[in-house]
Write a protein that binds this ligand. Structure first.
Ligand SMILES: NC(=O)c1ccc[n+]([C@@H]2O[C@H](COP(=O)([O-])OP(=O)(O)OC[C@H]3O[C@@H](n4cnc5c(N)ncnc54)[C@H](OP(=O)(O)O)[C@@H]3O)[C@@H](O)[C@H]2O)c1
Length: 275
């Protein structure tokens, strides 16, 4: 799908990081953009930023406050969005967050929240919008992660939620094809966003060491890869060479990837009491 003038794009998590950069890029291409998130101040700032990237003055750029983990609220707000803004041609589900820690330190409440935001959030917005999108076709892009196909130390709850996004997207892909709706799943590596900065407080040392040699991408580069992938109707979109390489090696030699990670973890844990 070529994204440009006249196309309507909805972005959950569009007020920050990867979602915001995708909004900026798609506004430059001439699309109308509606972003969703919980914090109103940040939504308004992001709307102004996206508007400043618009290709023309007639483009519509707007925002709506929404917690994607609240199923009823998502139904209500998305129906209002369709009535006021029009049915989306492209839905990008970018709302999400990670709070890395040792498994033993992750309470059930955190696991519940992680699933509710990262996975149910995707489910909620797709279930609210799909009945509308089936009428005209379009594209759904769900943001997963490298941690959506690779289990990473310190991310037990996050990996579970992002693997869920992968499985959901793969199953959905074939179900919605007859309606001329394409599905993509974006798997970014570490990306320099406020979301990544927020992980620093709790990230275990082992997690840091595993990620130490991987290149951190800029959100603009990730957004560019996302938009290119959507325009080429790619299912798996993995920005950056490191991520593509990891995907390939994980598929071809899964034990090798485990062994490399275990070696790095072992070095950190040498002499440390088990957590
Ligand atoms: N940055 C990375 O290294 C990285 C790597 C792989 C995958 N990802 C994934 O990429 C996506 C974007 O991450 P990012 O790093 O760009 O994060 P970010 O800068 O923290 O932005 C997250 C966005 O999601 C919104 N959000 C969070 N919880 C929400 C909720 N319950 N309902 C509605 N909106 C919500 C936030 O706004 P409010 O808080 O105001 O609601 C914000 O707009 C996430 O799904 C993340 O898991 C990120």
């Amino acid at each position: 799908m070529k994204i440009g003038k006249g196309k309507i794009v909805y972005i959950t998590g569009g007020s920050s990081g990867i979602g915001l950069c995708a909004g900026n890029l798609l506004a430059e291409k001439g699309a109308d953009i509606l972003i969703f998130a919980r914090g109103m101040d940040q939504l308004e700032q992001a709307t102004a930023e996206i508007r400043s990237h618009s290709a023309s003055e007639v483009q519509r750029i707007g925002c709506m406050q929404l917690d994607v983990s609240d199923h009823r609220a998502v139904q209500h707000v998305m129906n209002r969005a369709v009535a006021e803004f029009g049915c989306p041609d492209l839905l990008i589900n970018s709302a999400g967050r990670a709070r890395p820690d040792y498994f033993g330190k992750i309470p059930c409440k955190q696991m519940d929240e992680t699933m509710r935001i990262n996975f149910y959030g995707v489910w909620n917005s797709v279930s609210a919008l799909l009945p509308h999108m089936k009428q005209k076709g379009g594209h759904i892009a769900n943001v997963s992660s490298i941690a959506g196909f690779l289990g990473v130390f310190g991310y037990t709850d996050y990996c579970a939620s992002k693997f869920a996004v992968m499985g959901f997207s793969e199953a959905l892909r074939s179900e919605v094809k007859p309606y001329k709706i394409r599905v993509s799943v974006l798997c970014p590596p570490d990306t320099d966003t406020p979301g990544l900065a927020a992980e620093e407080g709790t990230k275990p040392e082992e997690t840091r060491v595993i990620a130490a040699n991987a290149k951190v991408l800029q959100p603009e580069a990730v957004a560019k890869a996302l938009v290119n992938g959507i325009e080429r109707s790619r299912f798996m979109i993995i920005p950056g060479l490191d991520g593509k390489f990891t995907w390939l090696i994980k598929r071809l030699f899964p034990r090798l990837v485990d062994a490399v990670m275990d070696r790095k973890i072992g070095k950190v844990q040498k002499g440390k009491a088990p957590t």
